[in-house]
Design a protein around this ligand. Structure first.
Ligand SMILES: [Fe+2]
Ligand SMILES: [Fe+2]
Length: 203
């Protein structure tokens, strides 16, 4: 019988844990799931009520399963799927993430920046660098390209490899499931923009 880390297993979606291919996927990504830096992604909010941990584990497992059908590299799909949103700074502030290492993960969030430096445009590149910082032995041109290009078509250059196309597609499909959360965030963004414009008009 396998030994599963409780910090990992109880935070995975049941659709992953109960799948007959779970052990195969887990043996590929176990070290990432147990890593203290990746564990912190439980506190990074991806959208309203879903963490980066929740989102990334689902994308990784679904990309891994899709790799079997599309005859792609299952290891690349599992690893790049798990690390595709492994950016260094949180983009949604919560009390938990603020408290983590004295605000280290939210410092950049508070700096004013032009639209093209917003999270959606920059986090793929950030993640493609950040994963090598914490997992240098996993550095691989396919994995790097999958992570760097996963925001296609928002970032205009498409993925170079089949595995990257799988991750990009699974990521988008998952985002549709997460639509209620996206609507929630969009409402917050619209509200914040309205307040900023109101302030500007007052000047
Ligand atoms: Fe992303
Ligand atoms: Fe994503």
């Amino acid at each position: 019988m396998n030994y599963y880390d409780s910090n990992v297993i109880k935070y995975l979606d049941s659709s992953i844990v109960l799948n007959p291919f779970f052990d195969e996927w887990y043996s590929i990504v176990e070290e990432i799931l147990k890593h203290p830096e990746f564990q912190k992604r439980k506190l990074f909010m991806h959208h309203h009520n879903l963490s980066v941990w929740d989102h990334s584990t689902l994308v990784s497992f679904k990309a891994f399963m899709a790799s079997k059908y599309f005859k792609a590299d299952k290891r690349v799909c599992a690893i790049a799927g798990l690390l595709h949103d492994f950016y260094s700074q949180a983009w949604i502030s919560t009390p938990e993430i603020e408290a983590l290492e004295d605000g280290k993960y939210t410092k950049a969030m508070k700096e004013p920046k032009p639209w093209y430096k917003m999270h959606g445009f920059t986090h793929a590149k950030d993640a493609s660098i950040n994963y090598i910082k914490y997992f240098p032995h996993l550095e691989d041109k396919k994995i790097t390209n999958c992570i760097l290009r996963h925001m296609f078509p928002l970032n205009i250059i498409p993925p170079r490899y089949r595995e990257g196309l799988i991750i990009t597609a699974v990521d988008k499909l998952n985002s549709v499931h997460e639509l209620p959360s996206i609507v929630y965030v969009s409402k917050k963004v619209i509200k914040k923009t309205y307040h900023i414009l109101s302030d500007v008009n007052r000047i």
